[in-house]
Design a protein around this ligand. Structure first.
Ligand SMILES: NC(=O)C1=CN([C@@H]2O[C@H](COP(=O)(O)OP(=O)(O)OC[C@H]3O[C@@H](n4cnc5c(N)ncnc54)[C@H](OP(=O)(O)O)[C@@H]3O)[C@@H](O)[C@H]2O)C=CC1
Ligand SMILES: Nc1nc(=O)c2c([nH]1)NC[C@@H]1CN(c3ccc(C(=O)N[C@@H](CCC(=O)O)C(=O)O)cc3)C=[N+]21
Length: 283
C-alpha cells in the first residue's frame, strides 16, 4: 500500500509565509495584484482559476480574471495582453495554456513583459530556466513538483526519472529541473513506442499527459514515487492521469488528485506574484 503524499502541508507552509509578506506590503500601501487571462473555458483552466483565486484571497493578493472568447483573433489577444503589461496596478500575468491552436504561442510569448511573467512564458524566463539562473520565474507546476519531492525527502540524485509529457508548461521544464538535481531522465510523448517499458524503470514517475487513468499498474515500478500532475474533469469530478486504484498498490509514494500538485502550484504562483510585486517596487 502506498503512502499518499498530499500537497496541502507543502502549500500551507508557503501560504503562511506569504500571508506575513503581503501584510508588510499592504502596510506600505502596496497592493499585490494578479491578472489571469483565460481564453474560452477549458475544464483544467477553470480548475486552476478556482484554486488560484481562492489561494490569492487567502493571502491578500487581488485576483483579476480577463475572460476572452475562444475565437479571439491573435491581434486582439495581443492588444489585451499589452493593456495588462502597461497597467501599473498589475504585478503578474498568468496566461492559461495551451492556447487555442489559432493563437500562435511562439509569437505571443515575446509580448508578455518578462518582469510580470510569473509562469515562465517569455523566452527571457525560459532562457534563465535553461541556464539555471534563478533571477527569473521558473514555471509554477514543475517548481511545485520539486517542492513536493523536497518536502517528503525524496532522493533525486542518481535516480531514474521518467516524465510523460513534453509541454513547455510541465513536461520539458520538470525534466530539466530533475536533471539539474542529478536524476537520469527519460521523456515520453505521443510518438513514444512502449511507454510502459520506459516508465517501469522509473524510480520517480511524473505524469503530465492530460488523459484520465492513463498510467496503469504495469507502468509502475514497485516502490517508486509517482507524481500525478494531470487535471482531468470526468462527470464533473477532478481526477489525474494516474489510475490511482491500480497504482496505489505498487508505488511507495503517490500524490492524489485533487489535493496534490495543483494545490502547491497555486501557492508557487502566489509566491512568484509577491516576488514580482517586490521587484517592481524595488523592495
Ligand atoms: N496540477 C497542476 O498544477 C497542473 C496540471 N496540469 C495538467 O497536466 C496535464 C498536462 O498539461 P500540459 O503539459 O499543459 O498539456 P499539453 O496538452 O500541452 O501536453 C500534453 C503532453 O502529453 C503528451 N501526450 C498526449 N497524449 C499522449 C499519449 N496518448 N501518449 C503519450 N503522450 C501523450 C503530448 O505529447 P506530444 O507532445 O507528442 O503531443 C504532450 O507532450 C493536463 O491535464 C493539465 O491540465 C498542467 C499544469 C499544471
Ligand atoms: N500557463 C499555465 N500554467 C499552468 O500551470 C496551467 C495552465 N496554464 N493551464 C491549466 C493547467 C491546470 N492547472 C491547475 C493548477 C492547479 C489546480 C488546482 O488548484 N487544483 C485543486 C482543485 C481545484 C478545484 O477543482 O477546485 C487541487 O488539485 O486540489 C488545478 C489545475 C494548471 N495549469
Amino acid at each position: 500500500m502506498s503512502r499518499i503524499i498530499k500537497g496541502k502541508p507543502v502549500a500551507d507552509k508557503i501560504t503562511e509565509e506569504l500571508i506575513e509578506e503581503v501584510k508588510e506590503l499592504r502596510n506600505k500601501k502596496i497592493y499585490p495584484k494578479l491578472a489571469i487571462v483565460r481564453v474560452g473555458a477549458r475544464e483544467d483552466d477553470l480548475a486552476y482559476e478556482r484554486g488560484a483565486v481562492s489561494r490569492c484571497k487567502k493571502i491578500g493578493i487581488e485576483p483579476e480574471v480577463t475572460q476572452l472568447p475562444v475565437d479571439i483573433s491573435q491581434e486582439d489577444f495581443i492588444k489585451e495582453l499589452r493593456k495588462l503589461n502597461e497597467d501599473n496596478s498589475v504585478h503578474g500575468i498568468l496566461i492559461f495554456r495551451p492556447l487555442p491552436k489559432h493563437l500562435d504561442e511562439t509569437v505571443i510569448k515575446y509580448e508578455i513583459n518578462p518582469e510580470k511573467d510569473i509562469d515562465c512564458f517569455s523566452p527571457v524566463n525560459e532562457g534563465k530556466l535553461y541556464e539555471g539562473d534563478d533571477s527569473g520565474f521558473p514555471p509554477c507546476t514543475p517548481k511545485a513538483v520539486m517542492e513536493i519531492l523536497k518536502f517528503y525527502d525524496v532522493e533525486i540524485k542518481g535516480k531514474n526519472a521518467t516524465i510523460i509529457g513534453r509541454s513547455n508548461v510541465v513536461g520539458k521544464p520538470v525534466a530539466l529541473m530533475l536533471l539539474n538535481e542529478n536524476a537520469t531522465i527519460k521523456i515520453c510523448h505521443s510518438k513514444t513506442k512502449d511507454i510502459a517499458k520506459a516508465t517501469r524503470e522509473a524510480d520517480i514517475l511524473v505524469a503530465a499527459v492530460g488523459r484520465a487513468n492513463f498510467v496503469k499498474e504495469d507502468f509502475v515500478k514497485d516502490g517508486s514515487v509517482v507524481i500525478d500532475v494531470g487535471i482531468n474533469v470526468i462527470d464533473g469530478k477532478v481526477c489525474g492521469d494516474v489510475d490511482f486504484d491500480e497504482v496505489k498498490n505498487k508505488a511507495a509514494l503517490i500524490t492524489p488528485v485533487p489535493r496534490g500538485v495543483g494545490s502547491v502550484t497555486t501557492s508557487i504562483l502566489a509566491k512568484h506574484l509577491v516576488k514580482a510585486c517586490k521587484m517592481q517596487n524595488n523592495i
